[in-house]
Write a protein that binds this ligand. Sequence first.
Ligand SMILES: Nc1ncnc2c1ncn2[C@@H]1O[C@H](COP(=O)(O)OP(=O)(O)OP(=O)(O)O)[C@@H](O)[C@H]1O
Length: 567
Amino acid sequence: MGKSRSGQRVYSANSCDYKLLEEIGNGASATVFRAIYLPLNDVVAVKCLDLDRCNSNLDDIRREAQTMNLIDHPNVVSAHCSFVVERSLWVVMPFMAEGSCLHLMKIAHPDGIDEPAIASILKETLKALVYLHEQGHIHRDVKAGNVLLDTNGAVKLADFGVSACMFDSGDRQRSRNTFVGTPCWMAPEVLQPGSGYNSKADIWSFGITALELAHGHAPFSKYPPMKVLLMTIQNAPPGLDYVRDKKFSKSFKEMVAMCLVKDQTKRPTAVKLLKHAFFKIVKPPELTVKKLFADLPPLWNRVKAIQHKDAAQLALKRMPSSEQEALSQSEYQRGVSAWNFDVEDLKIQASLLQDDDDDDVDGNTENRVDEGMQSFTNNQDPSTSRSTLDANSSYGRQINGIQLQKIEEVGYGSSVENRMNDPGNSSNNGQEISESSPDHGPLTLVRESFQAKSISPSAKDRRTQSGPLTPAVVLGHSASERGHTLERTDIETQVTTEKPNKRISSFSGPLMLPNRASANSLSAPIKSSGGYRDSLDEKVKANLVQIKGRFSVTSENVDLVKESLTF
Ligand SMILES: Nc1ncnc2c1ncn2[C@@H]1O[C@H](COP(=O)(O)OP(=O)(O)OP(=O)(O)O)[C@@H](O)[C@H]1O
């Protein structure tokens, strides 16, 4: 049983008590439904987190659920309760009837929203960050897609899928050197191994979210993740341009600039930022935000319209010969948090990308290289870039003795070129001038077919496993399911090091669940690899850096790469 914050309403951990209605959102690993809690006839949102599709390990999932249960702040979405149903984790939350700012912009404000509304939304979001940071949490995924709106104009920050605790120690602390989040919103220090990060990473993402609300999309959002990684680290920070963005106030521009300082120690804390002049003159959201969704159809119809529009757009400009590329790109452009790579691995990918958009962004801050960062890519062998990129479209490739096997064909070979050749890709002062709406057609289809299979809107036939979220509960579905998980991972994220007479396959950490990206891949058929994991010896396990997104890399791999590519 879960108790609402008011202390009055109690929500059961029994799926039969919930009637799932329309889909109101989907993310990298979850589908969110409007639902009725039957005993109280109360409208709620139920986030159905597909444990097979989830990139997080069990600890992360449990932490998200626990964090959401403990949250108590008017600007943070808390959970009424959470429980396991078959192969999903259901998180029951208050229904935010106007959905996310991202959806709102997609449906009605593609070029961004006006400053008074931005100020209200940002101020409420910042209050959420003040609270979370005081509680010791780093949200790590602040973006318009996670800022939810209610009909009365209330603004709440949602999604603790990748949140971290600042008081972590040991392994958990080390895991904060892990690349987690959504690249466009991620702070430079998060992308650089070893530098460590703290709550100031959320301040950077907050600044990017401000730009997203101002323009309708995040800076660099047209680029593939490895490119974003490089641009975030190398280039001058994005910001509001004094000429192009003249409709915005000086104090807004200054506030954004304060957030987007690369040196995290020079970024303000959330508390300090809240005292900035920009937030002094802010009207309550009831006055500024409500009008943004006046006259719009109900949320679920908007979501459906967005899905259809995106599917139609995708069909029109389907990437030549590769649905996989489109799928990968669409996932990226949607801004979901599917990117959960190992940093070193991303560097490998980034080094393979030829920076062929110089002409596009000439004289642009996106292309300005920060001093001291130039060595990040300069030492790569240019002769390898194009050929390796081309080779990327074949099933596998060999780089410096490392076999990178196709996962979902990363997909940025030809698609990068296509985008770079697109005149609409020119940009100005760190911002894009034009950008088509993000695609997520194929993704939608994938998700729909998934839902048809695994989530029945009817409560009948659901097997509910309520109670505490323990490894046994979450992973206690069946041996065959666990086998399935491992098999998929094996196939989809395998990177092997080819050393003489030695071949090491990589797996994820303990109790690993399949990664998010795998759910979006049109991967090779699943083959049995029964018992393989069990035979993985402890020494090899100890060598694992981690398994994430598209590749898994062992520390041996990383060392090899470091030897051959100087960053
Ligand atoms: N309580 C809610 N009320 C209304 N809509 C919601 C609610 N929670 C989530 N949504 C919608 O569902 C979308 C996806 O939810 P959520 O971000 O939690 O999933 P996710 O898989 O963690 O996504 P991501 O990884 O992309 O952040 C949100 O962007 C929002 O539009």
